[in-house]
Write a protein that binds this ligand. Structure first.
Ligand SMILES: [Zn+2]
Length: 191
């Protein structure tokens, strides 16, 4: 497994840190967790185009974590070579409504033209994708906020918190993990 931080910042525009995004490579699979503003350029900088992403996952829908979804879906249809590879989309409760609202707002521009999206709603659950599995737990942020534990076949794991307050669920999820990506949006003197 290979982890690349695409953005370690927040909703506040910064020249030092991009909005949140994480790339994980497992064997030949490319997984992206959250796509804040600018993530797609960072992804390309890491050598991965939108058409190469196998799975797109969201911790929650706050704009600093999801804004580039619009650009991602648009690029899948209208980049130089339109996407044909199926896309797995993973998120918590209500994300399918969020996606449907985006697709309505943007008319047909975001509807997949030459590929298929399979949406997986996860909250406190586990899904096996063959080369890896995803385990999620709800965390303390918005109602549908989830943290992810990604495990490969040899038992190595990476856990991604997303935004959260103190969370017993996150402690359970991250127990014994090899790498924990823990977001911290506020300065040290704040909660
Ligand atoms: Zn948030």
């Amino acid at each position: 497994m290979q982890l690349t931080i695409l953005g370690s910042g927040t909703c506040a525009p910064s020249l030092k840190r991009g909005a949140p995004g994480v790339l994980i490579r497992i064997n030949n699979k490319k997984l992206v967790f959250d796509t804040g503003t600018g993530t797609l350029n960072r992804l390309l900088g890491a050598g991965v185009s939108v058409n190469q992403v196998d799975l797109l996952a969201y911790t929650h829908i706050h704009p600093d974590h999801s804004a580039d979804l619009v650009s991602f879906l648009f690029a899948c249809n209208y980049a130089e070579s339109p996407r044909t590879k199926a896309l797995d989309l993973v998120a918590g409760y209500g994300f399918d409504d969020f996606l449907a609202a985006l697709q309505k707002a943007y008319s047909h521009w975001l509807n997949p033209k030459n590929y298929r999206i399979t949406f997986h709603c996860m909250q406190d659950s586990k899904l096996d994708f063959g080369d890896f599995c995803l385990i999620t737990k709800q965390v303390e942020h918005s109602l549908s906020s989830i943290a992810y534990r990604i495990e490969n076949k040899t038992g190595k794991s990476i856990t991604i918190s997303g935004d959260t307050d103190y969370s017993d669920n996150l402690i359970d999820l991250a127990y014994g993990t090899d790498i924990l990506v823990l977001e911290c949006a506020f300065p040290d003197n704040q909660r």
